[in-house]
Design a protein around this ligand. Sequence first.
Ligand code: NAP
Length: 353
Amino acid sequence: MKKVKVAVLGATGMIGQRFIQMLEGHPYFEMEGLYASERSDGKKLADVLKVRDHDYVPETLEMTMETMDISEVAKRARVAFVGLPSDLAGPTETQLAESGVAVFTNAGAHRMDPDVPILIPEINPGHLEMVKAQKSYGNGGFIVANANCSTTGAALPLAAIEKAFGLNEVYISTYQALSGAGYPGVPSLDAVGNVVPYIGGEEEKVETELAKILGNAGPDGFEYAKFGVFANCARVPVIDGHMEALVIKTGKKATVDAVVDALEKFAGPPQELGLPSAPEAPIVVRREQNRPQPALDSFAGGTGRSRGMSVSVGRVREKDGRIKLFLLSHNTLRGGSGGSVLNAELALRRKYL
Ligand code: NAP
């Protein structure tokens, strides 16, 4: 198979460097350029390295950053993976799509656009179809978003539970890692030995994005799911991995065993097609009383590209007709770059690229 040429935008950032990790030696994609601001122009990846748990191959460490230039990206790449700040990402992604580039973004700017899918391939692969309604689609360009990092973690188990029992309401409390704020992120004196009970815009994102992801997409656009979502979001001094505590009111009565069964059986096109970044199981259920934990379970999923691509769920309990559980997902892998790369793999296999 001839590899598709791709660019990474925001390649010096937390998300950008996870993109590079996911794209090293990728069977479908070949990195054609790494782009950041002019501050980083000419620097090698080795000089700006922020990811400490992955051994990049020597040739990747030698790759150099270029100042982002939209026409240059469009000339050289069929696909752009975006890890830019949202205010810059919005207009950049529109111009790239208009220039015929397929954009797979982590930024929030276009997530709630009426023709942009928030894609999680195990949950709503059919939403990819919506890119055909985008004005740029005629010349090959389109935008696919992935969800906010804490939304992704909750969406996978909620989709499994929704499919089996229906959903009425969900209460979500998050314990979010520092890497979720980018680099350098939260000042150390605010973070160490502390919990910050505010992440700007996060609760609103979780509440609105879940309804779009778990809703339907059709000729009349997106129809949002109707269950209630109530989120409280906090930043905790953990490096990687967002924990979340959920209380879920299901439509039909659900027992603990039936919920665990639904979570463990949940899978979709990434597993059926054997996509390169797909974890064997999108949801891993832990039976121990004290799991999942960020220090032990953030990288659940497998080896290589699927490392960090599973959501871990634990402490599934039932009380007064409600299900309680904890979950953990890697915010820059499954909840970030890994999610975008999985989206692009599905798009390629479904002949959008
Ligand atoms: P980050 O670490 O702050 O990285 C930002 C990147 O944008 C850097 O490469 C930076 O390059 C580049 N950039 C900034 N200004 C630029 C300009 N004028 N021209 C070109 N490049 C520019 O942020 P991040 O955490 O990777 O997040 C990136 C995006 O992903 C954000 O929209 C964020 O909300 C979203 N996201 C993050 C997470 C997460 O867990 N971190 C998860 C999901 C989604 P320089 O180094 O040259 O300044």
